[in-house]
Write a protein that binds this ligand. Structure first.
Ligand SMILES: [Zn+2]
Length: 314
């Protein structure tokens, strides 16, 4: 009778093949797992272009939520940069913005040639921003008020003021004077555009002179400073408002802090060149969060044009 024998294996006694065989020194290296295309980013679990990390509080904010919140962090209220078009949409009544001088473009008067030519730079930024230059100007309605509105865009060559920015703003102010309307300019700029040399610097005087004529007619001008507003723009029209408002945390100044520190050889106080620091010292009249900007502008325009309305009705 055939019998089946079983051998009982004692656990841990016989030599078993290890679960993971270490590769011998001679063995060829295991083929690497192919990486999915475009996986150079460290954030492999997060699809690119959907989330943005807040630089202030570190929260990952869903881009759609950020857009709906006017590019303000919902957690810490950090104000992200916002494009000029988005800002106009957030301020004016629907379909009331009529753009002026939309096709005005700069001329390379100096034949500037550095790392890249000025012409090449202009073409590059016109393509990447779909703007012709660093400001959009036009007439609009904010609440019940007709107003002339200029909005700068930092994405176009750092919001620098060349002859186009200067000319478009001057025409905006002159049109306001002619039509007896208030002017609102929302600034963000690294200063004068050095690709245009003296032609960019003279825009400071030109815009300031246009504002002087506007002020002579006792018409209101509200200047809104956003992060960052510096140098030639700050030293001209941005600081000439009857009311000067700023967004929270905006960097505002003339020269950069390093230059000032090197020149004065003095320690700069904490918070130097922020909107909050300048509010304390009286340069700025109010800090207005982006989400309240429209309502506050309407309130200020109500107040600033009250006398004019009273004069008309009497
Ligand atoms: Zn935040």
């Amino acid at each position: 009778m055939a019998t089946t024998t079983f051998t009982k294996k004692a656990l841990g006694v016989e030599t078993v093949e290890p679960a993971l065989t270490p590769p011998s020194a001679k063995a060829p290296p295991l083929p690497k797992k192919p990486k999915p295309s475009g996986s150079k980013s460290k954030k492999r679990d997060i699809p690119e272009g959907l989330w943005t990390k807040c630089p202030k509080c570190g929260t990952m904010v869903y881009d759609k939520e950020l857009d709906e919140n006017l590019k303000v962090c919902p957690k810490c209220h950090h104000h992200f940069p916002i494009s000029s078009r988005e800002r106009i949409n957030s301020l004016v009544e629907t379909c009331t913005f009529e753009e002026m001088d939309a096709d005005m473009t700069s001329v390379d008067v100096l034949n500037f040639n550095g790392v890249a030519t000025y012409k090449a730079k202009l073409e590059e930024y016109q393509k990447s921003t779909t703007l012709k230059d660093a400001v959009i100007t036009g007439i609009c309605k904010i609440g019940m008020h007709r107003a002339m509105l200029g909005v700068m865009d930092f994405d176009f060559l750092g919001g620098s003021m060349g002859s186009v920015v200067g000319e478009k703003l001057t025409r905006l102010i002159e049109r306001a004077t002619e039509k007896e309307l208030p002017v609102i300019i929302i600034s963000t700029s690294g200063g004068a555009r050095m690709y245009e040399g003296m032609f960019s610097l003279m825009q400071m005087a030109k815009t300031s002179a246009a504002l002087a004529y506007h002020a002579q007619r006792r018409l209101p001008y509200i200047s809104v400073l956003t992060h960052p507003t510096t140098a030639g723009v700050m030293a001209s029209y941005a600081s000439l408002g009857d009311l000067i408002l700023a967004e929270p945390g905006a960097m505002i100044g003339f020269a950069g802090p390093r230059v000032i520190k090197d020149t004065t050889q003095a320690e700069l106080p904490p918070g130097f060149q922020t909107a909050e620091f300048l509010l304390d010292r009286g340069l700025i009249d109010a800090i207005v969060p982006r989400k309240e900007m429209k309502e506050r502008l309407i309130g200020y325009l109500d107040f600033l044009t009250a006398g004019e309305k009273a004069a008309v009705s009497s």
